[in-house]
Design a protein around this ligand. Sequence first.
Ligand code: MRU
Length: 355
Amino acid sequence: MCNEKKYLAENVHLSDDGKSVVIIDQRKIPNELVLLTLSTAKEMYDAIKSLAVRGAPAIGICAGYSIYCLSQQIKAENFEEFYSQFKKDKDYLNSSRPTAVNLSWALNRIDDLVVDNKDKSISEIVKLIGEEAVKIQQEDIAMCKAISEYGFSLLKEGDGVLTHCNAGPLATSRYGTAIGPMLLAKEKGVNVRVFADETRPLLQGARLTSYELDKAGVDVTLICDNMASIVMKNGWVQACFVGCDRIAANGDAANKIGTSGVAILAKHYGIPFYVLGPTSTIDMKCKTGDDIEIELRDESEIKDKFYEKPMAPINVKCYNPAFDVTDHTLISGIITEKGIARAPYTESLAKLFED
Ligand code: MRU
């Protein structure tokens, strides 16, 4: 067990000796708050793959600290030897999950730094990697705060917000992205209520979002995914706020499976649908959502993961994509730390990278 307040604020951090990555094991929430210490490449890979650490920005932060810890373990006589092992570690970590761009974004950022400093000593390079990893997390804290402020500017007293999956502090740093505006509203004394989709099959909404909002004292109501429509029809939702794992240059946005269904419902009921995420989640190399690789996960997550006994015939085929892509035409705005981008996204997103 650990100190709740301290670790919820920094769910991914370095151990005191700076040699391991310490994470909150998100698989155990809401029943237990326990820390996992990751020291080997396999432990780091498994933690990402099994969703012990999850949420696009948190995965990026974890990758930064992980490659720093692994770099300290490299025994090399010269830069070439160092870089060859660094690349192996990087590629291995990068293969843990395909959809959230923050993973490769953080690793590539550190790779570029290593190459730019190849004339320095190995110990100096390792020190720079550590500093860059800390920077990635510090920047994420600032970005989440800015995103939360922009999101908050769209809310008013009494509004209902529907969210899907978990894009709160556990998935990022501090405020989170899609959950941040409501946490900020609470701090500012503005009352909003949140409908949290449970988010089948891994229940991030039930286990994590309702946990975070409840702890913060925000009015949260948990619903099954198939209840979003009735809640909207009842007039209880004034906006949908969701996170993202990768946004293509045309504004198509990959997020947790089920998000695009929420966007289609929102359009039907005339409710604005916003995607919130840092610019590190925008991948200008993906022209459209068709270029985004969608992670396929094990069928046991659907059939028996959270049940005492299998809840489907043991041999039945399952299709278990972890993400879907919301078409840009369904998105009212993309809320980043640099402001709210509106359609046409090909222009507004490109503008975010101009300076
Ligand atoms: O499979 P997960 O739990 O890592 O999926 C997470 C999401 O889809 C989040 O909405 C997204 O990463 C944004 S987190 C700020």
